[in-house]
Design a protein. Structure first.
Length: 188
């Protein structure tokens, strides 16, 4: 029991040090202590962001995660790739192609998602578990699969009404101590 508390204490210190190295770190974020961020000085986080366990973010090419984003466990995010075109070696050389990744406001990313360099996930998107994201995802899209494909869009009127009312899940949870409700009658 004491060893567990010591380990949690050490993890909390390591996380605080990592967050101080970020280019921008918003407030009221809930980030798992198991996160790994390479090049944190090139990563910017907004407010009210949740990042689940075992996330790995490579910020070399730049990463911006905006307000209200919820990210499930085991995220892998890359913002740069080795250069192979006209490289000096095979399969690639020591140079990199930097391609910023942007995750818009209020995006919900499921578990085990891979985000490739240059991806731009629009505001309000829902990314299904296990997706591989590459390229631009238009705002309010709901995407699934590998490669990901849009299966529908969120209700824009409802989304923008909630946004105008500042109904951000993590904000509400932190400020009002919301508890999950189980809806057994959910129908799509």
């Amino acid at each position: 029991m004491i060893i567990g508390k010591i380990i949690k204490f050490i993890e909390a210190i390591k996380l605080k040090r990592l967050i101080r190295k970020l280019n921008v770190s918003g407030s009221n974020n809930n980030i798992s202590s198991s996160i790994v961020i390479y090049y944190p000085e090139r990563v910017s986080l907004g407010d009210y962001i949740y990042i689940g366990p075992n996330a790995e973010i490579n910020g070399l090419g730049g990463v911006e995660i905006m307000n209200g984003v919820i990210i499930g466990p085991n995220l892998v995010l890359h913002s740069a790739n080795h250069t192979f075109k006209n490289s000096k070696y095979i399969p690639y050389d020591e140079t990199f192609d930097f391609r910023k990744v942007t995750i818009g406001e209020n995006v919900w990313i499921g578990g085990n998602v891979i985000i490739t360099p240059g991806s731009d996930i629009g505001e309000g998107c829902i990314v299904g578990a296990g997706c591989v994201i590459s390229g631009t995802i238009l705002p309010l899209s709901i995407v699934v699969g590998n490669p990901c494909r849009v299966i529908k869009s969120r209700d824009s009127e409802h989304y923008y009404k909630l946004k105008k009312e500042n109904k951000i899940y993590l904000k509400e949870k932190l400020e009002k101590n919301l508890k999950p409700e189980i809806n057994l009658n959910y129908k799509e």
